[in-house]
Write a protein that binds this ligand. Structure first.
Ligand code: ACO
Length: 398
């Protein structure tokens, strides 16, 4: 993306064209003309990024990063800016496979864009590696804010990051986050000051540029790693409503999250029960109809036990009866299939980590209505008769 000014004057770039803009540290250190140019770069690149990701609203622009602890890494050459990468620390609630919620404070990749004319030429990797070096971190220790398919492919290709558990807040934290260097992570979290610690304690220490050579020789951690400027609502409001709500969850209490999940779980169960109810009622009605036909035929055509049968047998009667009997057996088999499906759905649902909270409710129902699998399906039954063609059941809603 070409501008009509030299970018190196706004953000100090190393020989490879890599640099970082730290809003807090840069305050009052550039002229108003340079500030206007910086506005132009960040706003234009931010807008291109949003368009490229199909977002309704821009995530990155000059105003949005002011007053935050975010850092914007850029790769540029002369008047051309090839891309940028925005990171910042977030306070996230992470739900593991068992439904347990952990509170983590990872550094997050919030926005990442390489101009279309330069994509797939290594600029993204170059920029990403530079950021890792400056932040003294590694890809698996980062969280990624709603990564696009391109970023997912990028992380898979370059860092073999693939597995993660989907979260309601749309952040991706790869499984390796918890496996790798656990002691280091604990240390990092322990070092993280409480929210009440004033930001100003660090701001004076934030460097304005990160020359490559200095970084390689100097392994001390950067002070901004320790900041805790939580800005979830502000950030999320720049995206769509759904994400706004999701991100809002991150600052709800754990109790509120449990409450919300119980509610949504209840909705899923209700929907499931409604589907099951209608499936059963259709199948049961069919079966009843076949039973009626069968009985009718039995008496009308004198093949049953009724001694006062009126009509004599007619040609082809056996074949017709066989057909009805087959239909009865078939609906019974179909009912069994539906039964199995319901049990499976119910099992899947109860194995889903999101439903863990709701398990107590299921156990309550099961105890109340007996241990039969039917007790878990919202139906109960009693055996009405038994014949050569199988057992007949009447199903009723509990
Ligand atoms: C948290 C977030 O910021 S989500 C938003 C991520 N940003 C975007 O989706 C914006 C559009 N995309 C881009 O700006 C870039 O493609 C980036 C930033 C994702 C990657 O930058 P690039 O310079 O293209 O990456 P780089 O050249 O280093 O690596 C290329 C690899 O990235 C992935 N990639 C890049 N572009 C694509 C694409 N169009 N389709 C699929 N994979 C892609 C592939 O794995 C690719 O390897 P390959 O070419 O062998 O398939």
């Amino acid at each position: 993306m070409e501008f009509n000014f030299i970018i190196n004057k706004l953000v100090q770039l190393d020989q490879q064209g890599l640099g970082v803009y730290v809003p807090k540290a840069s305050r009052n250190k550039i002229s108003s003309q340079q500030e206007q140019q910086l506005v132009q770069v960040l706003n234009t690149m931010g807008e291109r990024s949003a368009i490229s990701q199909g977002l309704k609203q821009v995530i990155t622009n000059y105003d949005k990063v002011q007053g935050t602890d975010q850092r914007v890494y850029i790769v540029a050459e002369g008047r051309t800016c090839q891309g940028f990468l925005k990171v910042g620390q977030k306070n996230l609630f992470y739900r593991d496979m068992m439904g347990n919620i952990k509170e983590i404070k990872p550094l997050c990749v919030l926005d990442f864009y390489v101009h279309e004319s330069c994509q797939r030429q290594g600029y993204g990797k170059h920029l990403f590696e530079y950021m890792l070096q400056c932040e003294q971190t590694s890809p698996e220790k980062l969280a990624y804010d709603r990564p696009s398919p391109k970023l997912i492919a990028f992380l898979k290709k370059h860092y073999n990051l693939v597995k993660y558990i989907a979260q309601n807040n749309n952040f991706v934290v790869f499984d390796q986050y918890f496996k790798s260097d656990a002691s280091q992570l604990n240390k990092q979290n322990q070092n993280t000051p409480s929210y009440s610690q004033p930001y100003n304690d660090y701001s004076s220490q934030i460097p304005t540029s990160y020359p490559q050579q200095q970084l390689q020789s100097n392994s001390k951690s950067y002070p901004y790693k320790q900041e805790n400027n939580i800005d979830l609502m502000q950030h999320s409001s720049s995206r769509n409503n759904k994400e706004f709500l999701n991100a809002g969850r991150a600052i709800l209490s754990k109790e509120d999250i449990y409450k919300k999940d119980n509610l949504s779980q209840q909705n899923i169960e209700n929907t499931l029960n409604n589907i099951n109810t209608s499936q059963y009622s259709i199948k049961s009605q069919q079966q009843q109809q076949y039973q009626k036909d069968y009985q009718l035929d039995k008496y009308e055509n004198n093949w049953g036990t009724d001694k006062n049968a009126k009509k004599p047998p007619f040609p082809g009667q056996d074949r017709q009866l066989d057909k009805i009997q087959q239909k009865i057996q078939q609906t019974e088999r179909e009912l069994d299939v539906v039964n199995q499906q319901i049990i499976k759905q119910r099992q899947n649902l109860s194995q889903d980590p999101l439903t863990q909270n709701h398990r107590a409710q299921n156990v309550y129902n099961t105890n109340q209505f007996g241990t039969s699998p039917w007790a878990q399906t919202g139906f109960n039954y009693y055996q009405t008769s038994s014949s050569n063609y199988g057992n007949h059941y009447t199903y009723y809603k509990k």
